[in-house]
Design a protein around this ligand. Structure first.
Ligand SMILES: [Zn+2]
Length: 260
């Protein structure tokens, strides 16, 4: 990061926006090279604004920013991908917003996280490309982001005994992985509450752990979609609560109470 030079260019994805006064907005942006930034977009809510429409949440843009003491200012925004299709569809928008929110809550301002940027960009592109698979895209995104943050789910071996899982498989939120039938019936380890997984869902988890976001086996992804989405949302909730307690997740910046 070139200190001393107040002006800089970067690519960014708008995570969320806040209104500021009559016609301005504060944008929370994940940039490719400069991490998460908060920037004022002056006049972006005026209809005459040159880049008003370009700075909606989830927009991917090339930005020209001016570094400020507490906040940057957006000087120019050139659209790369508006992801309008994602914002226009309720399911896709919910999935895309969940991605942006997750990234927002685990990042600190100004800390470069280029791999998270890549994941978020790919996640949004996949939502646009495969709208019918929004659930699997979101679940796989959550899986990958958690792994990137240092929390890899144990899905190929039993999280309790490390043995081969066998046919019948449960998921333990407390252990962050699958539990085999032997461990479940023995009630061993403090595995907490267990969720029974269908063979498709456990197959999908195994696939997710060894493949990139956006690579999926067609039948598995379609069969296991709703179950995987529900499971990952519970896993994520559990993980976030735990991380919050240990202060590892960045405290979300409270919304500025300026203007409307
Ligand atoms: Zn076991």
């Amino acid at each position: 990061m070139a200190r001393g030079r107040p002006e800089f260019k970067d690519e960014g994805i708008v995570l969320r926006t806040y209104r500021l006064g009559e016609s301005d907005k504060i944008l929370r942006i994940l940039t490719r090279e400069n991490g998460k930034r908060s920037a004022v977009g002056k006049g972006v809510r005026k209809t005459s604004s040159r880049f008003g429409a370009r700075v909606e949440p989830l927009t991917h843009a090339r930005l020209f920013l001016h570094r400020g003491r507490s906040m940057d200012t957006v000087k120019q925004a050139e659209i790369i991908n508006s992801f309008q299709e994602v914002r226009d569809d309720l399911d896709l928008f919910v999935a895309g917003s969940a991605m942006a929110e997750l990234v927002d809550s685990i990042t600190e301002e100004g800390e470069p996280v280029p791999r998270l940027f890549e994941l978020l960009l790919l996640g949004l592109q996949l939502l646009k490309q495969y709208p019918a698979r929004a659930g699997v895209v979101l679940a796989t995104f959550q899986f990958k982001v958690m792994a990137e943050a240092g929390f890899e789910l144990m899905v190929t071996r039993c999280a309790s005994c490390a043995g081969e899982p066998g046919e019948e498989v449960w998921f333990s939120l407390a252990l962050g992985g699958i539990v085999c039938e032997r461990c479940r019936s023995a009630g061993s380890a403090s595995s907490g509450r267990l969720v029974k997984l269908s063979p498709q869902a456990s197959g999908m988890l195994t696939w997710m752990s060894s493949n990139r976001l956006g690579e999926w086996p067609p039948e598995l992804a379609d069969d296991a979609g709703p179950e995987i989405r529900a499971l990952m949302s519970r896993v994520l909730e559990h993980w976030m609560e735990r991380e919050f307690r240990s202060h590892r997740v960045a405290k979300a910046m409270p919304a500025p109470r300026i203007g409307g």
